[in-house]
Write a protein of this length. Structure first.
Length: 316
């Protein structure tokens, strides 16, 4: 199979039929063998019924339905597990991603040799204040932190080699950072393509200030995981050593001062340096313990399913 199109969605009943017809038309025009995998992330509208109907009309349509809303990362993970195409295309279900971009993205993977190609919505039709400015700030921070030179990390339109999606673990809210996860896994040939951004035709945007804040928190998380995810003791041990050394140095100073220099006969507990020494040594010890616990958890981490599927369509 040439292409798997993976589409996570939440309450997008108005756009699904039009999106399916558009994708199917592109595939037929370019004679691609394909599958479309819709992942219904707990929709409360008629989205699943529409997907069911589409699957009866087109055997290439497949569906996954979560028991409740587990998040876009979990939806993508479920789609990646089931995808069988040589190239996997992800896109949003709101018609703001243009299916006409699929052939060029496919060629960049198969002919130009990229492991991953990320779309760049250079010209956007979103609110400047509500989304464009926060997005630019977020992308700047992501580039500086991760070292991956992309202009639009959050674009849903991306193309991947099959080997990439089968070897990365998309969890939590890390779908924004799949290029970083791919780079950390060893797939460093990452490209970017300017893609057409469509104005939203149906419904309302699900982007809010909470997603903007969560994005930066996730950025800190992925920076930590990429640097210290497999060696937490390297971070916490270093911090613990520094803090303990500071406290120990104050303790030695207090001891020498008390024995040889202090003529006033003050109690050590009356001096602020005593509390600095005590606090920093305790904090240093806690950092050491955190590092040890992190190493233990890492080595004994169970594999746990992060979502529950209610129904599937046309999937083995």
């Amino acid at each position: 199979m040439d292409i798997s199109v993976v589409i996570p969605l939440l309450n997008e009943q108005d756009s699904l039929t039009e999106l399916h017809d558009w994708i199917a038309g592109v595939m037929q025009k370019h004679q691609f063998s394909y599958e479309i995998i819709f992942i219904d992330d707990g929709s409360k509208d008629e989205s699943w019924n529409i997907i069911t109907l589409l699957s009866t009309q087109n055997n290439s349509v497949k569906g996954i339905r979560f028991l409740r809303n587990f998040g876009k990362s979990q939806a993508l993970h479920a789609g990646f597990e089931k995808a069988e195409g040589d190239v996997i295309i992800t896109m949003d279900a709101d018609l703001q991603d243009n299916p006409d971009e699929i052939p060029d993205l496919y060629n960049m993977i198969t002919k130009d040799g990229f492991d991953l190609v990320s779309g760049w919505k250079k010209k956007r039709y979103d609110s400047v204040i509500a989304k464009n400015i926060p997005s630019k700030l977020f992308n700047w921070a992501a580039r500086k932190t991760s070292g991956v030179k992309l202009n639009d990390f959050n674009c849903g339109l991306k193309a991947y080699k099959k080997e990439v999606v089968k070897n990365i673990d998309v969890n939590g809210e890390m779908h924004r950072y799949i290029p970083v996860l791919s780079k950390n896994a060893g797939f460093s040939n990452i490209g970017e393509k300017v893609v057409q951004h469509q104005a939203r035709k149906y419904g309302e945007t699900k982007f809010g200030m909470d997603r903007f804040i969560h994005g930066f928190l996730d950025l800190i998380t992925i920076w930590f995981l990429s640097r210290f995810g497999k060696r937490p003791m390297h971070l916490f041990g270093a911090l613990g050593f520094i803090m303990f050394a500071i406290g120990f140095a104050f303790a030695i100073y207090l001891g020498i001062d008390k024995l040889f220099l202090d003529r006033a006969g003050r109690l050590i507990t009356q001096r602020p340096q005593f509390y600095i020494a005590l606090s920093t040594m305790i904090i240093g010890t806690q950092f050491f313990v955190a590092g040890f616990l992190g190493e233990i958890i890492l080595r004994n981490r169970p594999d746990k399913k992060r979502y529950l599927i209610k129904d599937e369509l046309n999937l083995n």
